[in-house]
Design a protein. Structure first.
Length: 187
């Protein structure tokens, strides 16, 4: 009899431990961090198709996106996109001769240097202004960001889908955790 009670108590303790573990995992995934898989080539060479990353979901609840952050957001096609923040609210943005200009000032994009050096003809980023994206756009609206993929020739980004409302941003990411051989923090 005593053995049966002891076995029931042990089973109950294991059940409680598993329930608590599942609850903690659900809270972490829903509110704090979530995994995402890179789908496509729009962020190459920084991110490869199939890379698995951790998305920090709390960073923008207490802060704002910064230029060059890699963010995950809900895109108009009911998909999640992963892109780099290029322009912030209240800024003008222009590309001319493969150079980014924010508020008329040239801005370096060091993460593109290696990629640009391999291009044999043309530019990585075609010339455009915000007006080319939307005739009513002089500056990036408050509460929005302008995003682009690092693979500028093959990226469906703000040049096509328009500026991204910050409410649509799930979080930022910089940690690749899979494949195991590629574990690293990207910038």
């Amino acid at each position: 009899m005593e053995k049966q009670v002891k076995e029931k108590n042990e089973l109950w303790e294991w059940t409680k431990a598993l329930l608590i573990a599942f609850a903690i995992a659900a809270i972490i995934r829903y509110f704090l961090f979530t995994p995402i898989a890179v789908d496509g080539q729009s962020m190459m060479p920084t991110l490869e198709n199939g890379d698995r990353m951790i998305v920090n979901k709390i960073g923008y609840k207490i802060g704002e996106p910064k230029r060059f952050d890699i963010v995950v957001f809900h895109a108009p096609e009911k998909k999640n996109y992963i892109k780099r923040v290029i322009g912030l609210p209240g800024e003008t943005l222009e590309y001319k001769n493969d150079q980014l200009y924010i508020n008329g000032e040239p801005i370096d994009e060091p993460y593109l240097d290696d990629y640009k050096s391999k291009i044999t003809e043309g530019t990585l980023t075609e010339d455009f202004t915000l007006k080319d994206i939307d005739v009513n756009l002089d500056v990036i609206p408050e509460g929005c960001v302008f995003v682009m993929g690092d693979n500028r020739r093959y990226s469906k980004d703000s040049r096509i889908i328009g500026v991204v409302d910050q409410k649509e941003i799930i979080g930022n990411t910089s940690l690749i955790f899979w494949p195991f051989s590629d574990i690293k923090i990207v910038k």
